[in-house]
Design a protein around this ligand. Structure first.
Ligand SMILES: Nc1nc2c(ncn2[C@@H]2O[C@H](COP(=O)(O)OP(=O)(O)OP(=O)(O)O)[C@@H](O)[C@H]2O)c(=O)[nH]1
Ligand SMILES: [Mg+2]
Length: 469
């Protein structure tokens, strides 16, 4: 694979999104990107890799600063078309060790060493004649070259750019560094194939590896979400009371710990998804990130209104799963009504404890039982019918936001931008929803038991969901 490894230098005027394109294609959110011009001062290689296999190399380069002057020097030394590449090499030899044309020399170096050229322009700004010098220099190198029209901002001057770019580059493509999908990335690799015969076999392999990897990530994402749901739906917390204590002594603390543990599990699953899609920065900045939907308290009523299934849909599923309609309405309307814990009376060390599940609103007091010996206070598992649907909705919204997030985005992630994507579960196919509801019921029956079968089944169903959204 290392033999004739495809290498592309990303080239262009300062501040046109070169580093952003490298970051997006290499799925590397550590590439330095900034709104100021002249951010990248040295060339740096970024491998596009799957596991340990490098599929291709991208080289981030400084931008052209004085192309017209550089071209003037080259024209003075030109003899014929046959020696132009040599003249470019002479230029780098002449100025490579001086302060003059420092950025031009650095960006030309990898091209002279055999890299293909990805020339980036900003299609949101009009074409100007002064771009001709840099395009001409690139043509003189004779290396395989493609132009990418990026869009920094609103305007669209692609129509002006096209006829100019077509004269200097064998392929011209639109490629938006901020809004690029997986399919766009694959399409770009397919264009790379056309640039140079020697790279074709490696690029074919790269495309295949990427597609396999994408499917693997879908399966892993489905599994992460399934495992989180199984954990959340079976989770409970217990506390042994001393003889002189009453449940009231611990009620609030236990409830708080229970909710914190649920939040923590959700947070962990999100981090795993972010890691899966190579968003390492998001992971470390998570505490500081403002994520309106997700930072909303899982137990706040507004979250419940926004996500999960609506009461009618829950009733629809109730008929299937045999739950009582009255109870369901009660649970679906009040975000807070299910919060009470349940108390378990049981003899410690006497084997199985008796568990009182609260279908409807239950308070700790009214279901407390004293059995011989110590009392055990237990809270959970969460009984609300909508609970798994809210969790799933939140997980899916987070999943698609991460999956579709270009690695070049540096601003804080506002997941509410995906407003049209909220309420995903309420739009799922009814049959699929029925199957999910059945699985949730099965899982909920399994408190404390082995849930590996349920996990496998739920993963399979969620894979269907993940592939569709
Ligand atoms: N909206 C939007 N902004 C973009 C896009 N691509 C780049 N930018 C922004 O444009 C600015 C410059 O991006 P860079 O990737 O640093 O550009 P560069 O060409 O590497 O710049 P230098 O290294 O300074 O030559 C940054 O503020 C980016 O966030 C895009 O597709 N859409
Ligand atoms: Mg840069």
């Amino acid at each position: 694979m290392m033999h004739d490894l495809p290498k592309f230098a990303v080239i262009g005027r300062v501040n046109k999104g070169k580093s952003s394109i490298v970051s997006t294609l290499a799925e590397d959110d550590t590439v330095i990107i900034d709104r100021g011009a002249g951010t990248t001062r040295a060339c740096r290689e970024f491998p596009v890799r799957i596991d340990d296999t490098v599929l291709l190399l991208l080289i981030d380069t400084p931008g052209f600063q004085q192309a017209p002057r550089a071209l003037a020097w080259m024209k003075e030394h030109e003899v014929s078309a046959a020696n132009r590449r040599e003249v470019v090499a002479d230029f780098v030899r002449e100025f490579g060790h001086t302060d003059e044309f420092a950025d031009e020399c650095r960006l030309l170096q990898p091209i002279l060493e055999g890299a293909g050229i990805l020339y980036v322009v900003d299609g949101a700004k009009p074409f100007r004649r002064n771009y001709e010098a840099e395009m001409e220099i690139l043509r003189w190198t004779g290396q395989p070259r493609m132009a990418l029209i990026n869009h920094i901002g609103e305007g669209d001057f692609s129509k002006e750019w096209m006829p100019a770019l077509d004269q200097y580059f064998s392929i011209v493509r639109h490629f938006d560094a901020h809004r690029v999908s997986f399919a766009d990335r694959v399409r770009l690799l397919q264009s790379f194939r056309e640039l140079h015969d020697g790279w074709r076999a490696n690029l074919d392999q790269a495309i295949e590896s990427l597609q396999t990897e994408w499917q693997r990530r879908q399966r892993e994402a489905a599994h992460i979400i399934a495992r989180m749901l199984v954990d959340q739906l079976t989770f409970s917390k217990e506390l042994v009371l001393a003889r002189y204590e009453t449940p009231d002594d611990h009620k609030f603390k236990l409830e708080r710990e229970f909710h914190n543990a649920l939040r923590e599990r959700e947070r962990k699953a999100r981090q795993q998804i972010e890691k899966l899609y190579h968003h390492s920065k998001l992971e470390t900045d998570e505490q500081d990130l403002e994520k309106p939907v997700f930072e909303q308290d899982l137990f706040a009523e507004s979250t419940w209104n926004l996500l999960g299934l609506n009461p009618k849909q829950l009733i629809g599923l109730g008929a299937i799963t045999g739950a009582t309609v009255g109870g369901m309405i009660d649970l679906a309307v009040g975000g807070a009504s299910f919060l009470a814990g349940t108390v378990l009376g049981g003899a410690i060390g006497a084997g199985s404890a008796i568990f009182y599940s609260a279908q409807r609103l239950a308070t700790i007091e009214n279901i407390m039982k004293y059995v011989q010996g110590a009392q055990v206070l237990r809270i959970g598992p969460h009984r609300n019918k909508n609970f798994p649907w809210v969790l799933l909705d939140r997980a899916l919204l987070h999943y698609i936001s991460i999956r579709d997030l270009a690695h070049s985005r540096r601003e804080r992630l506002h997941l509410t931008e995906n407003q049209e994507k909220t309420g995903l579960v309420s739009r799922l196919d009814h049959e699929l929803r029925k199957q999910l509801a059945r699985q949730f019921e099965e899982i909920r029956k399994k408190t404390g038991d082995d849930t590996s079968k349920e996990l496998t089944r739920l993963s399979k169903l969620l894979l269907q969901v993940v592939k569709e959204i």
